[in-house]
Design a protein around this ligand. Structure first.
Ligand code: AMP
Length: 400
């Protein structure tokens, strides 16, 4: 990482440090947090600033609220969860993100305390990257720390706009994400294997284009595989397909051959006769799925094929679940591959879409080298893009 981090800030005692965290956690219908990986991931940076006596201001988004009245998107439950991890730290929640009430709360803040702002996306100015709004945010602090890797692919006020008005550096989580994912694609321990799953091939095109240039093995399962199989003339029944991308998939198959990339498409699948936990289940070859049946998971032969490649890999990047893991009977393939990654001695990274949450759900979170907290941000890194929330930070040699 060639960007300055909080280590570059010489003295933050009693300084107002605004940390943009990504506490956009998944919640169930009742608003209970179902996975707090992102909160835990931000603790190192928060504790570092608190230990140094900074006045810490935390800012995050949660979901996609349409207006301030969308109260189910309030960050209050997140603050309660954070309190459990920061015993003895005074944390005050303020019901707004900018303005008089916030300014007053900031002025009352002491070193070693936290002020937590309300959902920044309650303001439409945030996503519009409005200059006035960015200035208002910047005026709240002496230093800005971006630790929100999961939002770094967006040029919003709290991720990019603010950096124009206040000295800005990266937090530890941001540093770790960029370092691990960056190294995995720039100088991977070989062979490099990238696994593609998830619902739609269209979301993964840019990643696939980049990965074709750098990977030794590409494994395709999940909903992505059926467009490839149809492109080769296979019968895919009712499985998810993108008919606009048949030529693209043919192109990928040809390019992989030309560039000597080992492209492995799922050869069999667990199919259902409908979408749901009560579906009847049958195993088919992916190229011979009968009409009325839909492939919802990779089958046992595919699991073995993928496991053989995984066992010989130096670095493995996994983007997208290999089946409909929300339904137990279609989660087995993803679980088997998560276990194979957990047992592997390779550098193992779950990034992109729901992959990290899937691995965590199987209880294997601490068995992989890295679970990326940023689904889309990690995909954009794998596409080879520079993230706006990173590009705008100070350079590594700048000590402030
Ligand atoms: P993504 O956000 O692209 O990683 O997609 C994640 C979603 O892909 C999950 O909700 C899975 O249920 C879904 N998925 C995985 N495999 C399939 C499949 N074979 N058919 C339909 N959906 C799938």
């Amino acid at each position: 990482m060639d960007k300055a981090t909080i280590r570059n800030l010489k003295e933050i005692k009693n300084k107002r440090v605004l940390i943009r965290v990504d506490h956009n956690v998944p919640q169930d219908k009742e608003g209970n947090i179902t996975d707090d990986t992102r909160i835990v991931g931000s603790l190192d940076t928060i504790r570092f600033c608190l230990d140094k006596g900074a006045k810490v201001i935390l800012c995050s988004h949660l979901g996609r609220p349409k207006s301030k009245d969308d109260k189910q998107f309030s960050l209050k439950p997140v603050v309660e969860r954070l309190k459990k991890y920061l015993d003895g730290v005074k944390i005050t929640f303020v019901n707004d993100s900018v303005g008089k009430e916030v300014e007053k709360a900031v002025s009352k803040l002491n070193g070693g305390e936290i002020l937590y702002l309300e959902n920044i996306r309650f303001y439409k100015e945030e996503t519009a990257n409005d200059e006035g709004f960015s200035r208002q945010l910047a005026n709240l602090c002496d230093y800005y720390v971006n630790d929100a890797f999961g939002a770094a692919h967006r040029a919003h006020s709290s991720t990019e706009g603010i950096t124009r008005f206040v000295p800005s550096v990266a937090g530890f989580l941001m540093e770790r994400e960029i370092k691990i994912l960056g190294e995995a694609i720039k100088k991977p321990k070989r062979p490099l294997t990238v696994i593609f799953g998830g619902a739609k091939i269209a979301d993964k095109v840019a990643v696939m284009d980049n990965v074709l240039k750098i990977a030794d093995n590409i494994l395709v399962g999940g909903g992505c595989v059926y467009t490839f199989i149809k492109a080769q003339g296979g019968e895919i029944g009712n499985s998810i397909v993108n008919n606009d991308m048949l030529d693209y998939c043919k192109g990928v198959i040809d390019l992989a051959k030309k560039q000597k990339v080992n492209l492995v498409l799922g050869v069999d699948c667990i199919a259902g006769d409908k979408f749901g936990a009560d579906a009847n289940v049958r195993t088919f070859e992916t190229a011979k799925i009968r009409a009325g049946w839909e492939g919802f998971d990779i089958g046992p032969k595919t699991v073995e094929l993928f496991k053989n490649v995984i066992a010989k890999s130096g670095t493995i990047i996994w983007c997208g679940p290999l089946g409909v893991t929300e339904i137990e009977k279609f989660a087995g393939g993803s679980k088997a591959i998560a276990e194979a990654l957990a047992e592997s001695k390779a550098i193992t990274i779950a990034g992109g879409g729901d992959t990290a949450f899937t691995v965590a759900k199987f209880g294997l979170a601490d068995k992989l080298t890295h679970l990326s907290t940023g689904g889309s941000a990690s995909l954009e890194l794998l596409e080879g893009k520079v993230l706006p929330g990173v590009a705008s930070l100070l350079e590594i040699d700048q000590i402030i």
